[in-house]
Ligand binder design. Structure first.
Ligand code: NAI
Length: 321
């Protein structure tokens, strides 16, 4: 069966399961969604059509793709054993509870064939904590997307110590073939890659506010009007490379100062229930009251869609040049 058009089973048809269904279906895979909740499944099919329509409207569905054509690739099922027959890849998307992941993976283990990839969308639970005792544990892996994955293509691939190298490679290749941007961790680490970077930034902002250096709004402005502009198309290492005559020169010029600054950034501060938490919450609510968050999320996703389209357009132009 061709990797690019094999059958994909999504287990859990909530927020992330729906997004995966769209990504796999857009790439031409036959997608079957399974859920224990029938209502979730029927709502998912409606939400998927809406998502595909929005992508079509903003030009991110892909050339020659139609809303009906993509939606026709998605089916739903409430029988796990049947829908796993002939599957190439299973993408688990149940809530982030380790005992539930254990239960679902042991259920999958009973029905999958040899060689099927069993991937979890887990945001922070390492795969060894729910796959150790499985017969097919060498086929298990984490493939963690970022929300909304149709506009943020990163997928973090995290193998357990017993995941077969072939499964790591197939998962990575599959993610690339559906238009996502995989990164592969060589070993399990708490927070994976993206959240370790993100938490370092959050914690430094927190310390600066707590220590009275600047306001919460200033932290956000430093990122949205500063760092973030570069980071939407290149990472920190490439920024270093360009900001001197290469990395070695950058380290010679700035390395000692970076180390000195970072030595003052070691203390992790408490977050819940602190006066800093109140101050940051109040600052954010002045911008967006809690009741307006759904509209602001919609605004964020529209901006992300426009950014993704802009990046795609530039990348296509660069390829042609
Ligand atoms: P969700 O709560 O929206 O959906 C979970 C779905 O799983 C529901 O439809 C529920 O009925 C179903 N479910 C529950 N038990 C089940 C079972 N035994 N068998 C089959 N289906 C079952 O959750 P969401 O947000 O989609 O998260 C799913 C996974 O994706 C989590 O591990 C989460 O950490 C991860 N993730 C979530 C992101 C987000 O922004 N929401 C981003 C990246 C990863």
């Amino acid at each position: 069966m061709s990797q690019s058009h094999g059958k994909v089973v999504i287990v859990g048809s909530g927020l992330i399961g729906r997004c995966w269904a769209v990504l796999f279906a857009r790439a031409g895979h036959n997608v079957t969604m399974y859920d224990i909740d029938e209502k979730q499944l029927s709502d998912a099919l409606v939400a998927i059509r809406q998502q595909v329509t929005e992508m079509h409207q903003c030009g991110s569905l892909g050339e020659g793709k139609t809303v009906d054509g993509v939606c026709q690739n998605v089916r739903s099922s409430s029988d796990l054993a049947t829908c796993l027959q002939g599957a190439l890849h299973v993408q688990e998307c149940v809530p982030e509870i380790v005992d539930l992941k254990k239960k679902v993976f042991s259920e999958l283990d009973k029905h999958v064939d040899e060689g099927v990839v069993m991937a979890s969308s887990s945001s922070c639970i390492v795969p060894s904590s729910f796959t150790e005792s499985l017969r097919h544990r060498s086929q298990c892996i984490v493939a963690h997307p970022v929300n909304p994955p149709q506009y943020i293509p990163l997928v973090e691939i995290v193998p357990a110590p017993w995941t077969a190298p072939e499964i790591v490679k197939r998962t990575r290749d599959l993610m690339q073939s559906i238009g996502q941007a995989p990164v592969t961790l060589n070993k399990e680490v708490n927070g994976f890659l993206l959240n370790r970077l993100q938490y370092a930034l959050i914690m430094e902002g927190w310390r600066l506010v707590q220590d009275g250096v600047c306001t919460p709004e200033d932290v956000d402005t430093a990122v949205s009007q500063g760092l973030g502009l570069r980071y939407s198309f290149m990472g920190p290492f490439e920024v270093m490379h360009l900001n001197a005559e290469g990395i070695k020169d950058y380290c010679d010029r700035y390395g000692a100062n970076i180390t000195r600054v970072c030595e003052t950034q070691c203390s992790a501060r408490e977050m819940p229930g602190t006066s800093t938490c109140t101050a940051v919450h109040e600052a954010m609510c002045r911008q967006t009251p809690v009741e307006d968050l759904p509209a602001r999320r919609q605004w964020r996703d529209t901006r992300l869609a426009a950014l993704a389209a802009h990046k795609q357009e530039l990348e296509d132009k660069e390829k042609k040049a």
